[in-house]
Design a protein around this ligand. Structure first.
Ligand code: PBG
Ligand code: ZN
Length: 365
């Protein structure tokens, strides 16, 4: 070895054995960092597998309670609910979201009654409740503009993956959009219903401007000063949501979400601005979504905001790992744990992941 000024430096010293590597580790992972996503629908005894998300299920409220008991016993401490609406109960404005006996509210009450000791978070949006699958009621005149452009029944019943994908250069979406201010007014109402049913934390996911402020004001005036808001502040229009739309039965029936969700060609400056706006409006935590393809964004946001940052490893990320693992091409456990650490290293305080239950098991072993 050449004797130069830095020859005393040996980077390998801190890698010498497991004891010193563990001591030097700067990130850690525990079940307490994870949020379990759960899909719920009304009914009984339902535990229906989701094809594009192996290991994930739609649960009826009774089965959701059992599932969460099991999760709690593995050391998991938070869950987030996604409500599924029966097709016959969907309409243009998503009125089913305001039914205190819908799947989300019913499950929350059951979980509370059962005394499951986990933090209850609810996804707050309208796409699971509207007939058109968009994240809120549409602007006036949208129906007539849209009807001529409706795709055939066959085209509409295409797979979730297909309906969620697009390429640069595709035809522009129909000239109709979600009515921002009508939506946030309704979100505020829905948030209060969730709080009444027992939600600890509300997570608005629709990317409507000023949703966070509207929800904070509504929660406070209804007396729910202690309930927190986890804003999906930084959510990209992403093809990685494909499997979720099958899981939640909520693909947009026309167009896409690019005029409210973020454009992946923008820089982290837009992301930081979104997150800071939500903090100003009262977000207790912010979220970046998706996760692995957006680590640069996660790092920038978590460094810029004075609140904890969550990250959402979405359905498409999960499905890709599951497919490669099923084919025997990757070491699933090793890859998933490595990926979780990349989120922590990039600044995530917590991680929403469909792998939560498996990770908890792996960490216990
Ligand atoms: C609803 C919502 C979506 C996801 C979470 N909340 C779908 C969407 O925005 O199209 C996606 C989650 C996932 O893919 O795992 N607004
Ligand atoms: Zn939505």
């Amino acid at each position: 070895m050449k004797n130069n000024a830095h020859s005393h430096i040996r980077m390998r010293r801190l890698r010498r054995n497991e004891l010193i590597r563990d001591l030097a580790a700067e990130t850690s992972l525990s079940p307490a960092d994870l949020i379990v996503p759960l899909f719920v629908r009304l009914g009984q005894d339902i535990r229906r597998p989701i094809m594009s998300m192996p290991g994930q299920f739609q649960f009826s409220p009774d089965m959701a309670v059992e599932e969460l008991r099991e999760m709690a016993s593995r050391g998991l401490r938070a869950f987030i609910l996604f409500g599924i609406t029966e097709p016959g109960d969907k309409d243009e404005t998503g009125q089913a979201a305001h039914d205190p006996n819908n799947a989300v509210c019913t499950t929350l009450r059951r979980v509370r009654d059962a005394g499951v000791n986990m933090l209850a978070i609810t996804d707050l949006c309208y796409c699971e409740y509207t007939s058109h699958g968009h994240c809120g009621p549409l602007t006036a005149g949208a129906e007539s503009k849209r009807s001529g452009k409706r795709r055939s029944k066959a085209a509409r019943s295409t797979t979730a993956a297909k309906s969620a994908s697009w390429g640069i250069g595709d035809a522009p979406p129909p000239s109709t959009t979600v009515d921002n201010d009508a939506t946030i007014e309704r979100l505020a109402h829905q948030a209060v219903l969730h709080a009444q049913a027992g939600a600890d934390m509300i997570a608005p996911s629709g990317m409507m401007d000023h949703a966070t402020g509207a929800i904070r004001t509504a929660l406070d005036s209804a007396g729910f000063l202690d309930r927190s808001i986890l804003s999906y502040s930084v959510k990209y229009a992403s093809s990685y949501y494909g499997p979720f739309r099958e899981a939640a039965e909520s693909p947009p029936q026309f167009g896409d979400r690019r005029n409210y969700q973020m454009d992946f060609r923008r820089s982290s400056k837009e992301a930081v601005r979104e997150a800071l706006l939500d903090v100003q409006e009262g977000a207790d935590m912010v979220m970046v979504k998706p996760a692995l393809p957006y680590l640069d964004i996660l790092a920038a946001v978590s460094a810029a905001v004075p609140v904890p940052t969550a990250v959402y490893q979405v359905s498409g990320e999960y499905a890709m790992f599951k497919a490669a693992a099923a084919a025997g091409w990757i070491d699933e456990k090793a890859i998933v744990l490595e990926t979780m650490h990349s989120f922590k290293r990039a600044g995530a305080a917590c991680i929403l992941t469909y792998y939560a239950a498996e990770i908890a098991e792996w960490l216990q072993a």
